[in-house]
Design a protein around this ligand. Structure first.
Ligand SMILES: *Cc1c(COP(=O)(O)O)cnc(C)c1O
Length: 367
Protein backbone atom coordinates (compact mmCIF):
# COMPACT_ATOMS: atom_id res chain seq x y z
CA UNK A 1 0.00 0.00 0.00
CA UNK A 2 1.21 3.49 -0.79
CA UNK A 3 0.54 5.52 2.33
CA UNK A 4 -0.80 9.05 2.12
CA UNK A 5 2.08 10.16 4.34
CA UNK A 6 4.84 7.93 5.72
CA UNK A 7 5.81 9.78 8.91
CA UNK A 8 8.13 7.03 10.04
CA UNK A 9 10.15 7.29 6.86
CA UNK A 10 10.18 11.10 7.02
CA UNK A 11 11.53 11.18 10.59
CA UNK A 12 14.00 8.32 10.09
CA UNK A 13 15.78 10.58 7.58
CA UNK A 14 17.18 12.40 10.63
CA UNK A 15 17.26 9.50 13.08
CA UNK A 16 20.73 9.95 14.53
CA UNK A 17 20.51 13.68 14.98
CA UNK A 18 17.04 13.56 16.52
CA UNK A 19 17.88 10.71 18.88
CA UNK A 20 20.99 12.51 20.12
CA UNK A 21 19.00 15.68 20.83
CA UNK A 22 16.21 13.75 22.57
CA UNK A 23 18.73 12.02 24.79
CA UNK A 24 20.25 15.36 25.68
CA UNK A 25 16.88 16.73 26.79
CA UNK A 26 16.05 13.55 28.69
CA UNK A 27 19.31 13.71 30.62
CA UNK A 28 19.16 17.47 31.22
CA UNK A 29 16.31 17.25 33.73
CA UNK A 30 14.78 20.45 32.24
CA UNK A 31 11.63 19.94 30.18
CA UNK A 32 9.78 23.26 29.77
CA UNK A 33 10.78 26.87 29.01
CA UNK A 34 14.44 26.01 28.61
CA UNK A 35 17.35 26.29 26.19
CA UNK A 36 15.89 24.03 23.47
CA UNK A 37 12.84 26.26 23.06
CA UNK A 38 15.02 29.38 23.16
CA UNK A 39 17.33 27.99 20.49
CA UNK A 40 14.47 26.86 18.26
CA UNK A 41 12.73 30.24 18.60
CA UNK A 42 15.98 32.01 17.66
CA UNK A 43 16.46 29.78 14.62
CA UNK A 44 12.83 30.25 13.58
CA UNK A 45 13.23 34.04 13.84
CA UNK A 46 16.27 33.82 11.59
CA UNK A 47 14.58 31.47 9.13
CA UNK A 48 11.39 33.55 8.82
CA UNK A 49 13.25 36.86 8.93
CA UNK A 50 10.93 38.33 11.58
CA UNK A 51 11.63 39.90 14.98
CA UNK A 52 9.87 37.53 17.39
CA UNK A 53 8.90 33.86 17.60
CA UNK A 54 7.10 32.26 20.53
CA UNK A 55 6.79 28.50 20.82
CA UNK A 56 3.30 27.38 21.88
CA UNK A 57 1.46 24.07 22.33
CA UNK A 58 -0.15 23.76 18.87
CA UNK A 59 -1.37 25.66 15.82
CA UNK A 60 -4.88 26.28 17.10
CA UNK A 61 -3.45 27.88 20.25
CA UNK A 62 -1.06 30.00 18.18
CA UNK A 63 -4.06 31.59 16.41
CA UNK A 64 -6.15 31.79 19.61
CA UNK A 65 -3.29 33.50 21.43
CA UNK A 66 -2.74 36.11 18.70
CA UNK A 67 -6.41 37.16 18.87
CA UNK A 68 -6.46 37.00 22.68
CA UNK A 69 -3.38 39.21 22.81
CA UNK A 70 -4.98 41.76 20.47
CA UNK A 71 -7.98 41.81 22.83
CA UNK A 72 -5.75 42.31 25.90
CA UNK A 73 -4.01 45.14 24.05
CA UNK A 74 -7.39 46.80 23.38
CA UNK A 75 -7.10 46.41 19.59
CA UNK A 76 -10.08 44.06 19.44
CA UNK A 77 -13.07 43.44 21.65
CA UNK A 78 -15.84 40.87 21.99
CA UNK A 79 -18.19 40.92 19.00
CA UNK A 80 -15.63 42.34 16.59
CA UNK A 81 -15.36 40.68 13.20
CA UNK A 82 -12.54 38.74 11.59
CA UNK A 83 -12.65 37.97 7.87
CA UNK A 84 -11.60 34.41 7.04
CA UNK A 85 -11.90 32.06 4.02
CA UNK A 86 -15.05 29.89 4.07
CA UNK A 87 -13.15 26.74 3.03
CA UNK A 88 -10.44 26.80 5.72
CA UNK A 89 -9.74 24.07 8.24
CA UNK A 90 -12.00 24.52 11.28
CA UNK A 91 -9.08 25.57 13.54
CA UNK A 92 -9.02 29.05 11.96
CA UNK A 93 -12.71 29.52 12.86
CA UNK A 94 -12.34 28.02 16.35
CA UNK A 95 -9.57 30.50 17.17
CA UNK A 96 -11.96 33.33 16.31
CA UNK A 97 -15.06 32.07 18.12
CA UNK A 98 -13.07 30.98 21.22
CA UNK A 99 -12.28 34.67 21.70
CA UNK A 100 -15.96 35.65 21.25
CA UNK A 101 -15.08 37.31 17.97
CA UNK A 102 -17.26 36.80 14.90
CA UNK A 103 -15.98 34.97 11.80
CA UNK A 104 -17.07 36.60 8.53
CA UNK A 105 -16.62 34.06 5.78
CA UNK A 106 -15.45 34.91 2.28
CA UNK A 107 -15.41 32.61 -0.76
CA UNK A 108 -12.12 31.23 -2.09
CA UNK A 109 -10.82 31.45 -5.63
CA UNK A 110 -11.62 28.21 -7.48
CA UNK A 111 -8.14 28.08 -9.06
CA UNK A 112 -5.97 28.62 -5.98
CA UNK A 113 -8.40 27.48 -3.22
CA UNK A 114 -7.24 30.53 -1.26
CA UNK A 115 -9.43 33.45 -0.16
CA UNK A 116 -10.57 35.55 -3.14
CA UNK A 117 -8.92 38.87 -2.31
CA UNK A 118 -11.26 40.73 -4.68
CA UNK A 119 -14.24 39.70 -2.49
CA UNK A 120 -12.82 40.89 0.83
CA UNK A 121 -13.74 44.57 0.71
CA UNK A 122 -17.46 43.83 0.37
CA UNK A 123 -17.27 41.87 3.67
CA UNK A 124 -15.71 44.73 5.66
CA UNK A 125 -17.98 46.49 8.19
CA UNK A 126 -17.44 49.00 11.01
CA UNK A 127 -16.74 46.02 13.30
CA UNK A 128 -14.05 44.37 11.18
CA UNK A 129 -10.68 44.30 12.92
CA UNK A 130 -8.67 41.69 11.03
CA UNK A 131 -8.33 39.56 7.94
CA UNK A 132 -7.15 36.05 8.69
CA UNK A 133 -5.50 34.72 5.55
CA UNK A 134 -4.87 30.98 5.29
CA UNK A 135 -2.09 29.80 2.97
CA UNK A 136 -4.13 26.70 2.22
CA UNK A 137 -2.45 23.50 1.04
CA UNK A 138 0.91 25.37 1.21
CA UNK A 139 0.17 28.10 -1.35
CA UNK A 140 0.81 31.75 -0.48
CA UNK A 141 -2.13 34.13 -0.58
CA UNK A 142 -0.95 37.73 -0.53
CA UNK A 143 -0.85 40.82 -2.75
CA UNK A 144 -0.16 44.54 -2.69
CA UNK A 145 -3.92 44.97 -3.09
CA UNK A 146 -4.54 43.03 0.15
CA UNK A 147 -1.92 45.06 2.01
CA UNK A 148 -3.43 48.33 0.78
CA UNK A 149 -6.94 47.17 1.73
CA UNK A 150 -5.86 46.33 5.28
CA UNK A 151 -4.09 49.66 5.59
CA UNK A 152 -7.05 51.61 4.23
CA UNK A 153 -9.45 50.07 6.76
CA UNK A 154 -6.97 49.83 9.66
CA UNK A 155 -7.14 46.02 9.79
CA UNK A 156 -4.62 43.51 11.09
CA UNK A 157 -3.53 40.78 8.69
CA UNK A 158 -3.20 37.52 10.60
CA UNK A 159 -1.64 34.59 8.77
CA UNK A 160 -2.75 31.04 9.42
CA UNK A 161 0.59 29.61 8.32
CA UNK A 162 -0.07 26.05 9.54
CA UNK A 163 0.34 24.62 6.02
CA UNK A 164 2.90 26.86 4.33
CA UNK A 165 6.10 27.11 6.36
CA UNK A 166 8.95 27.84 3.95
CA UNK A 167 6.83 29.48 1.25
CA UNK A 168 7.76 32.96 0.05
CA UNK A 169 6.12 35.92 -1.63
CA UNK A 170 8.49 38.42 -3.30
CA UNK A 171 11.35 37.09 -1.19
CA UNK A 172 9.39 37.43 2.08
CA UNK A 173 8.52 34.23 3.96
CA UNK A 174 4.98 33.40 5.01
CA UNK A 175 4.85 34.18 8.71
CA UNK A 176 6.40 37.57 7.93
CA UNK A 177 3.81 38.94 5.49
CA UNK A 178 1.11 40.07 7.91
CA UNK A 179 1.06 41.55 11.42
CA UNK A 180 1.15 38.17 13.16
CA UNK A 181 1.22 34.54 12.14
CA UNK A 182 0.30 31.17 13.65
CA UNK A 183 2.30 28.02 12.82
CA UNK A 184 1.45 24.37 13.45
CA UNK A 185 4.04 21.63 13.95
CA UNK A 186 1.48 18.81 13.99
CA UNK A 187 3.41 15.68 12.88
CA UNK A 188 1.98 15.71 9.34
CA UNK A 189 2.79 19.36 8.60
CA UNK A 190 5.85 20.25 6.46
CA UNK A 191 7.80 20.91 9.67
CA UNK A 192 6.37 18.26 11.97
CA UNK A 193 7.11 17.47 15.61
CA UNK A 194 6.73 14.07 17.31
CA UNK A 195 3.46 15.28 18.80
CA UNK A 196 1.81 18.69 19.01
CA UNK A 197 3.60 22.00 18.67
CA UNK A 198 3.06 25.50 17.33
CA UNK A 199 4.49 29.00 17.19
CA UNK A 200 3.53 32.64 16.80
CA UNK A 201 5.71 35.02 14.79
CA UNK A 202 5.37 38.79 14.67
CA UNK A 203 7.37 41.99 14.24
CA UNK A 204 5.17 43.66 16.87
CA UNK A 205 7.10 43.56 20.16
CA UNK A 206 4.10 44.43 22.34
CA UNK A 207 2.07 41.64 20.74
CA UNK A 208 4.94 39.17 21.17
CA UNK A 209 5.30 40.03 24.85
CA UNK A 210 1.56 39.61 25.43
CA UNK A 211 1.38 36.29 23.55
CA UNK A 212 4.34 34.96 25.54
CA UNK A 213 2.68 35.91 28.84
CA UNK A 214 -0.75 34.58 27.79
CA UNK A 215 0.76 31.22 26.80
CA UNK A 216 2.23 30.89 30.29
CA UNK A 217 -0.78 31.53 32.57
CA UNK A 218 -0.79 35.23 31.74
CA UNK A 219 2.44 35.61 33.66
CA UNK A 220 5.64 37.50 32.87
CA UNK A 221 7.11 36.86 36.28
CA UNK A 222 6.58 33.60 38.14
CA UNK A 223 3.45 33.69 40.35
CA UNK A 224 2.55 37.19 39.17
CA UNK A 225 -0.37 37.10 36.74
CA UNK A 226 -1.07 40.10 34.58
CA UNK A 227 -3.68 38.33 32.41
CA UNK A 228 -6.07 35.37 32.61
CA UNK A 229 -3.86 33.22 30.42
CA UNK A 230 -3.64 29.64 29.23
CA UNK A 231 -1.08 26.92 29.60
CA UNK A 232 0.14 26.60 26.01
CA UNK A 233 3.85 25.99 25.85
CA UNK A 234 6.06 24.19 23.35
CA UNK A 235 8.00 21.61 25.34
CA UNK A 236 11.75 21.05 25.22
CA UNK A 237 11.53 17.65 23.53
CA UNK A 238 9.44 18.96 20.63
CA UNK A 239 11.61 22.07 20.30
CA UNK A 240 14.74 19.90 20.04
CA UNK A 241 13.18 17.77 17.28
CA UNK A 242 11.93 20.85 15.41
CA UNK A 243 15.30 22.54 15.67
CA UNK A 244 16.94 19.56 13.95
CA UNK A 245 14.28 19.32 11.26
CA UNK A 246 14.20 23.07 10.50
CA UNK A 247 17.69 22.74 8.98
CA UNK A 248 16.31 20.38 6.33
CA UNK A 249 12.98 22.09 5.66
CA UNK A 250 14.02 23.88 2.47
CA UNK A 251 15.55 20.73 0.98
CA UNK A 252 12.43 18.75 1.89
CA UNK A 253 10.11 21.36 0.40
CA UNK A 254 12.25 21.17 -2.76
CA UNK A 255 11.65 17.39 -2.87
CA UNK A 256 7.91 18.02 -2.60
CA UNK A 257 8.23 20.33 -5.64
CA UNK A 258 9.91 17.52 -7.58
CA UNK A 259 7.04 15.15 -6.76
CA UNK A 260 4.51 17.79 -7.80
CA UNK A 261 6.27 18.54 -11.09
CA UNK A 262 6.27 14.85 -11.88
CA UNK A 263 2.53 14.62 -11.17
CA UNK A 264 1.79 17.72 -13.25
CA UNK A 265 3.78 16.45 -16.21
CA UNK A 266 2.29 12.98 -16.17
CA UNK A 267 -1.31 13.00 -14.94
CA UNK A 268 -3.31 13.33 -18.14
CA UNK A 269 -6.79 12.12 -17.19
CA UNK A 270 -9.25 14.50 -18.91
CA UNK A 271 -11.73 14.56 -15.99
CA UNK A 272 -9.13 15.62 -13.43
CA UNK A 273 -8.39 19.26 -12.64
CA UNK A 274 -4.78 19.60 -11.53
CA UNK A 275 -3.53 22.30 -9.17
CA UNK A 276 -2.16 25.34 -10.83
CA UNK A 277 1.58 26.01 -10.63
CA UNK A 278 2.41 29.52 -9.35
CA UNK A 279 4.61 31.74 -11.55
CA UNK A 280 7.24 31.73 -8.82
CA UNK A 281 7.72 28.17 -7.53
CA UNK A 282 8.61 29.50 -4.07
CA UNK A 283 5.01 30.61 -3.57
CA UNK A 284 4.00 27.00 -2.91
CA UNK A 285 5.45 24.39 -0.54
CA UNK A 286 2.89 21.69 -1.46
CA UNK A 287 1.77 20.65 2.00
CA UNK A 288 -0.99 18.97 0.01
CA UNK A 289 -1.39 18.06 -3.67
CA UNK A 290 -5.08 18.56 -4.26
CA UNK A 291 -6.84 17.51 -7.46
CA UNK A 292 -10.50 18.01 -8.32
CA UNK A 293 -12.97 15.75 -10.10
CA UNK A 294 -16.77 15.40 -10.26
CA UNK A 295 -16.51 11.70 -9.37
CA UNK A 296 -14.27 12.27 -6.34
CA UNK A 297 -15.66 9.47 -4.16
CA UNK A 298 -15.47 6.99 -7.05
CA UNK A 299 -11.87 7.91 -7.76
CA UNK A 300 -10.91 7.65 -4.10
CA UNK A 301 -12.47 4.18 -3.83
CA UNK A 302 -10.75 3.04 -7.06
CA UNK A 303 -7.36 4.28 -5.81
CA UNK A 304 -7.90 2.52 -2.48
CA UNK A 305 -8.70 -0.75 -4.29
CA UNK A 306 -5.42 -0.29 -6.13
CA UNK A 307 -3.41 0.23 -2.96
CA UNK A 308 -3.18 4.02 -2.97
CA UNK A 309 -4.26 5.95 0.10
CA UNK A 310 -5.73 9.43 -0.42
CA UNK A 311 -7.46 11.93 1.89
CA UNK A 312 -10.04 14.70 1.52
CA UNK A 313 -9.14 18.21 2.73
CA UNK A 314 -11.86 18.77 3.75
CA UNK A 315 -15.10 16.79 3.43
CA UNK A 316 -17.34 19.30 5.31
CA UNK A 317 -16.87 23.09 5.39
CA UNK A 318 -16.62 24.58 8.90
CA UNK A 319 -19.94 26.46 8.60
CA UNK A 320 -21.77 23.18 7.86
CA UNK A 321 -20.43 21.51 11.02
CA UNK A 322 -22.70 20.61 13.91
CA UNK A 323 -20.44 22.74 16.13
CA UNK A 324 -21.70 25.89 14.36
CA UNK A 325 -25.52 25.71 14.15
CA UNK A 326 -25.67 29.50 13.79
CA UNK A 327 -23.68 29.24 10.54
CA UNK A 328 -25.38 26.16 9.07
CA UNK A 329 -27.75 28.17 6.86
CA UNK A 330 -24.98 30.05 5.09
CA UNK A 331 -24.26 29.11 1.51
CA UNK A 332 -21.01 29.48 -0.41
CA UNK A 333 -21.25 27.73 -3.80
CA UNK A 334 -17.52 27.79 -4.64
CA UNK A 335 -16.60 26.47 -1.21
CA UNK A 336 -19.20 23.72 -1.48
CA UNK A 337 -18.01 22.70 -4.94
CA UNK A 338 -14.47 22.45 -3.56
CA UNK A 339 -15.55 20.29 -0.63
CA UNK A 340 -17.44 17.97 -2.98
CA UNK A 341 -14.69 17.57 -5.58
CA UNK A 342 -11.25 17.73 -3.93
CA UNK A 343 -8.96 14.77 -3.34
CA UNK A 344 -5.42 14.92 -1.92
CA UNK A 345 -2.83 12.61 -3.47
CA UNK A 346 0.24 11.48 -1.53
CA UNK A 347 3.04 14.06 -1.50
CA UNK A 348 6.09 14.05 0.76
CA UNK A 349 9.88 14.33 0.69
CA UNK A 350 10.31 10.54 0.84
CA UNK A 351 8.32 9.27 -2.13
CA UNK A 352 10.17 7.30 -4.78
CA UNK A 353 9.76 7.10 -8.58
CA UNK A 354 8.11 3.68 -8.47
CA UNK A 355 5.40 4.91 -6.14
CA UNK A 356 4.80 8.01 -8.25
CA UNK A 357 4.68 6.00 -11.47
CA UNK A 358 2.17 3.60 -9.97
CA UNK A 359 -0.06 6.45 -8.78
CA UNK A 360 0.09 8.19 -12.16
CA UNK A 361 -0.59 5.04 -14.19
CA UNK A 362 -3.46 4.07 -11.93
CA UNK A 363 -5.07 7.52 -12.16
CA UNK A 364 -4.62 7.82 -15.92
CA UNK A 365 -6.36 4.47 -16.49
CA UNK A 366 -9.41 5.30 -14.36
CA UNK A 367 -12.75 4.44 -16.11
C1 LIG B 1 -3.17 22.11 11.15
C2 LIG B 1 -3.90 23.38 11.00
C3 LIG B 1 -4.22 24.20 12.09
C4 LIG B 1 -4.11 23.76 13.52
O1 LIG B 1 -2.90 23.28 13.92
P1 LIG B 1 -2.81 22.23 15.15
O2 LIG B 1 -1.38 22.22 15.45
O3 LIG B 1 -3.34 20.94 14.67
O4 LIG B 1 -3.62 22.80 16.27
C5 LIG B 1 -4.76 25.45 11.85
N1 LIG B 1 -5.02 25.86 10.60
C6 LIG B 1 -4.77 25.10 9.53
C7 LIG B 1 -5.07 25.64 8.17
C8 LIG B 1 -4.22 23.84 9.69
O5 LIG B 1 -3.97 23.08 8.61
Amino acid sequence: MIKFLDLQKINLLHQQEIEARLLKVFRSGWYLLGDEVKQFEANLVQYIGCKNAIGVANGLDALRLILKAYMELGIMQEGDEVIVPANTYIASILAITDNRLVPVLVEPDIDTYNIDISKIEAAITAKTRAIMIVHLYGRVVFSEELKALAQKHGLKIIEDNAQAIGAEWNGIKTGNLGHASGFSFYPGKNLGALGDGGAVTTNDDALAKTVRALANYGSEEKYVNRYRGLNSRLDEIQAAVLDVKLQYLDAENEKRRDVVNYYLENITHPEIVLPWLPDNEREHVWHLFVIRTKDRDGLQQYLKENGIQTLIHYPIPPYKQEAYPELNNLSFPITEKIHEEVLSLPVSPVMNKEELQKIIETINSYK
